[in-house]
Design a protein around this ligand. Structure first.
Ligand code: NAD
Ligand code: UFG
Length: 339
C-alpha cells in the first residue's frame, strides 16, 4: 500500500497527516477545494516533509474529476477529511452541511467502488455521542442523539458506511472519532488557521495572546465539573495525524469495519487549558467568565483504550506541548497562511 488519496488534505488535520504519511513512506495525493484552507499549505508541507504531494484543486462532489484522479493513480486507500466543520454555521445552513459532507462521501464511495479501491478511513467526531451519559466514552456507547446538523452529518455518514459494509464486506472502513485537536507541527510551519473569529478555544486563546482579540470569554463556570468550566479531551494534532498512519497499517492487516476514538483519555477544563497556556509560554491571557454557550456540554473525554489495544495508538504530547506548539505557530504566523 503506497498511494493514499487524502481528501481535505490542505486543512488543519489533513496537512499534519500528509507530513506523517510522507515520513512513514506513503505517497499522499491531495484533493481539496480550498473552501477552508490556503494554497500556501502545500509549500509548507513540502518544506517540512522534503516532498511535495500531488495536489488536485477539486471538489470531492465533482464525480467526473474524481473519476479522472482515480484513473491517473493507482490509489490503495483513501483518508476522507474533506468536510465542513463549524457547528454554529451548520445550525444556520444545515442544507450546506448535508450537501457537502454527505454528498462528498456518496460521490467518493461511488468512484472508489468503480475503481475497486475499498479501503477508507473516515474522519468522524466525538459529537456523534451527543451529551454522553458517562465518561470516559467507549466506542460502543450510544451515538445518534446529535445536537446540531454538523454532528448529524457525521452520524449519518457512519451509518452509510456501516450499511455498505453490511451489503458488501469486501469494503474496509475505519471510522475515527476525534476528540478536540489542538497544537501544531513543531516547525511552526503548519497549524490551525480559522477564518474570521475562531469558535474553538485554543485558536481563540492564541489570538488573544497575539493581540488580535482583546479577551477570551469563558463560556460558563457553573457546570458540574471540578472548576465549573467545560471539560474536553484535547489531543495534539500530530498525535492525531499519527493515528491515521496506524489506522492505515490496521486496514492492511486486519480488514473489516472498525471504530476508534482518537483522544488522550484525559479531561482538561477551560481554565486548566488557559493556565497551561500561560505557564508554557510565560504569557497572561485576559479572560472573563460569561454565560454558557448554547448547545455546549459539561464534560466529554474519550476512553483511549481500544485505539491503544488494537492500533497501538498512544499519545505522546502533553497539554503543555500542545500549548507551546499552538503558540509557536500563532506567533510565527500572526495572519495564518496569509503573508
Ligand atoms: P479543515 O476545515 O481545516 O479541513 C477540511 C478541508 O476540507 C479543508 O481544507 C477544506 O477546504 C476541504 N473541503 C471541505 N469540503 C470539501 C469538498 N467538498 N471537496 C474538497 N475539499 C473540501 O478541518 P479539520 O479540522 O482539518 O477537520 C478535518 C476533518 O475532521 C473534518 O471532516 C472534520 O469534520 C473532522 N473533525 C474535526 C475536528 C476538529 O475539531 N478540528 C473534530 C472532529 C472531527
Ligand atoms: N470555550 C470557551 N470560550 C471560547 C471557546 C470555547 O469557554 O471562546 C469552551 C467551550 O465552552 C467548551 C470548550 O471551551 O467548554 C471547548 O470548546 P471548543 O469550541 O473548542 O470545542 P467543542 O468541544 O465545543 O467542539 C469541538 C469542535 C467540534 C468537534 C468537537 C468534538 O468544534 O467540531 O470538538 O470533537 F466535533
Amino acid at each position: 500500500m503506497k498511494k493514499i488519496l487524502v481528501t481535505g488534505g490542505m486543512g488543519y488535520i489533513g496537512s499534519h497527516t500528509c507530513v506523517e504519511l510522507i515520513s512513514a513512506g506513503y505517497e499522499p495525493i491531495i484533493v481539496d477545494n480550498l473552501c477552508n484552507s490556503k494554497p500556501e499549505v502545500l509549500n509548507r508541507i513540502e518544506k517540512i516533509a522534503k516532498k511535495r504531494p500531488v495536489f488536485y484543486l477539486n471538489d470531492v462532489r465533482d464525480e467526473e474529476k474524481m473519476d479522472k484522479i482515480f484513473d491517473e493513480h493507482n490509489i490503495d486507500a483513501v483518508i476522507h477529511f474533506a468536510g465542513l466543520k463549524a457547528v454554529g454555521e451548520s445550525v444556520k445552513k444545515p442544507d450546506l452541511y448535508f450537501d457537502n459532507n454527505i454528498g462528498s462521501t456518496e460521490v467518493l464511495i461511488k468512484v472508489m467502488k468503480k475503481h475497486g479501491c475499498k479501503n477508507l478511513i473516515f474522519s468522524s467526531s466525538a459529537t456523534v455521542y451527543g451529551d454522553p451519559k458517562r465518561v470516559p466514552i467507549l466506542e460502543d456507547d450510544p451515538v445518534g442523539a446529535t445536537t446540531n446538523p454538523y454532528a448529524e452529518t457525521k452520524y449519518r455518514i457512519e451509518n452509510m458506511l456501516k450499511s455498505l459494509y453490511g451489503e458488501d464486506n469486501s469494503w474496509n472502513f475505519i471510522i475515527l472519532r476525534y476528540f478536540n485537536p489542538i497544537g501544531a507541527h513543531k516547525s511552526g510551519l503548519i497549524g490551525e488557521d480559522p477564518q474570521g473569529i475562531p469558535n474553538n478555544l485554543m485558536p481563540y486563546i492564541t489570538q488573544v495572546a497575539v493581540g488580535k482579540l482583546p479577551q477570551l470569554s469563558v463560556f460558563g463556570n457553573d457546570y458540574d465539573t471540578p472548576d465549573g468550566t467545560g471539560v474536553r479531551d484535547y489531543i495534539h494534532v500530530v498525535d492525531l495525524a499519527i493515528g491515521h498512519v496506524l489506522a492505515l497499517e490496521k486496514i492492511q492487516h486486519a480488514p473489516g469495519l472498525m471504530v476508534y476514538n482518537l483522544g488522550t483519555g484525559v479531561g482538561t477544563s477551560v481554565l486548566d487549558l488557559v493556565r497551561a497556556f500561560e505557564d508554557a509560554n510565560g504569557l497572561k491571557i485576559n479572560y472573563k467568565i460569561v454565560e454558557r454557550r448554547p448547545g455546549d456540554i459539561a464534560t466529554c473525554y474519550a476512553s483511549a483504550d481500544k485505539a491503544y489495544r488494537e492500533l497501538g495508538f498512544k499519545t505522546k504530547y502533553t497539554i503543555v506541548d500542545c500549548c507551546r506548539d499552538s503558540w509557536n505557530w500563532q506567533k510565527n504566523n500572526p495572519h495564518g497562511f496569509d503573508k
